[in-house]
Structures are given as C-alpha cells and as structure tokens.
Design a protein around this ligand. Sequence first.
Ligand SMILES: [Ca+2]
Ligand SMILES: [Ca+2]
Length: 263
Amino acid sequence: MVNSLDDVDDAGGCNDEHCSLREAIAFASPGATITFSVTGTITLGGSELLIEKNLTISGPGARKLAVSGNGISRVFLAKSATTAHLSGLTIQNSTISGNTAGGAGGGIYKEIGTLLLTIPNSTVSGNTAADGGGVAFSFSPVDLSNSIHANNTGGDCKLFNTVTTDPGYNLVRDGSCISAATSRSGDPLLGPLTDNGGPTWTHALLHKSPAIDAIPFGSNGCGISTDQRGVERPQIGACDIGAFEFARGGGKGGGSNGGGPKK
Ligand SMILES: [Ca+2]
Ligand SMILES: [Ca+2]
C-alpha cells in the first residue's frame, strides 16, 4: 500500500509509516497488486520507475492520482517478459532524452511482454522521446479509448511489432495508433499543464477544441462520471475526449474552464 506521494527510497523500506511508489515496486512480490491510500501527484525525483516483475499497479482513479516525470525522466519502464497492469492513474510531464538504445516511449515504454494499460479519458501530452514521445509499445497490445495524445516530442504514439486496439473516440494529434472511425487526428487545442482546480494539474481544452463534445452521450459512455478535476461529465450534453471536461460559465472547476465563455 503506497502511503506517500514522495519519491523517497529510505532505509525503512515499505511499511505503515512510509511507503513510496518506488519502494512499493521494489519490495512487491512478483504477481502482487500495489494499491494507494493517498491521492494527488507523485513527482519522480529524476529517474523512471522500473518494473522488472509481473505487477498490477491499481491507482485510486485517473482523476485522483498522477505520476509525473517532472520533465526529467520517463515515468514507467516495464522490462522484458513482465506483465504490468496499470490502471487508475494519469501519466504526465515525463521526458526522456533521445538516445539510440532507450530513446523510446517518453511517458511509458513497454518492452516485450504484456502491458494492460488502462488510460481511457486520459491526456498524454508534453512528453519527449526520440521515438514515441507519448507512449511506445513493443510486442504488447495496447487498448486506448476516449484519450488525447498530443504535443509529444518524438511522436504521440509508437508501436513496434504490435497492434493497437482502438475502441474509438481518441484524438491523436499526429494520427498515430488510431484505427477506429470515431477516432481522429488534429490539434486538440490544449492549454498548458497547470492548476485548473482539482487535486492534480491538467491541460484545459481551449475554446473550439475538437475534443469538446466529441463523444455522443451513450457512445463509449462518458467513461467516467467526472473529469480529472471532479467536474461532472458530460457538460453541454456530450462528453469531451481526454481528462478535462470543458464547462462554459464555470462549474465545479473553480471557473477555470480553459478558454472561457467566448461565443
Ligand atoms: Ca519507506
Ligand atoms: Ca462536453
């Protein structure tokens, strides 16, 4: 049970007093499930979280827990022949500098094996890698829905020898990894990563973003009933792609609706 948002690996290991996500991964038995008693943002101290055994990391909800590379490192690297199941968390602001060996998958890189990544209603943006800045997958199928992938340096999504499952309603700026008729490419018009209300930072959808109301009510559901900040979905009748629901005239997001009621 992760009970701290810091990235400290102290001498005490993982116990009731202090257990960081880094410690939980290091001390977990193969096949274990890691859960969380904290919400907010875990900001990594400069190095990626290495997963070298079969693990399930079950966050409290994509809108409640974010793991940030702080613009310095990739967030997760899952090594060969492991099964890693990540759910209920947001991956943000991760960067890996481009080198030829490891320069893929700025946010997440999964080598051979199985990665069951649940990132519906997520926004993957501002990540950097030589190849596949947002997410990269090698020999491991990936399931995307209702998500935005944009503005990642090195490509928004990269598949090596694998296929993507696209249930639809994805907006991928460079058009990578999408196949469903309801998914599209193009600029999602994102604001900067900042405090728009809620426990974690988000990229607001700007006025006229094509992500706004792109998911008809009842199609794919809204995924979840609130956005990452806690603002109710849908607003204005239909659901928005990604982690942020645009609300004209404010709402529970404290008035930060990413563009304002410009008509
Ligand atoms: Ca500890
Ligand atoms: Ca909407």
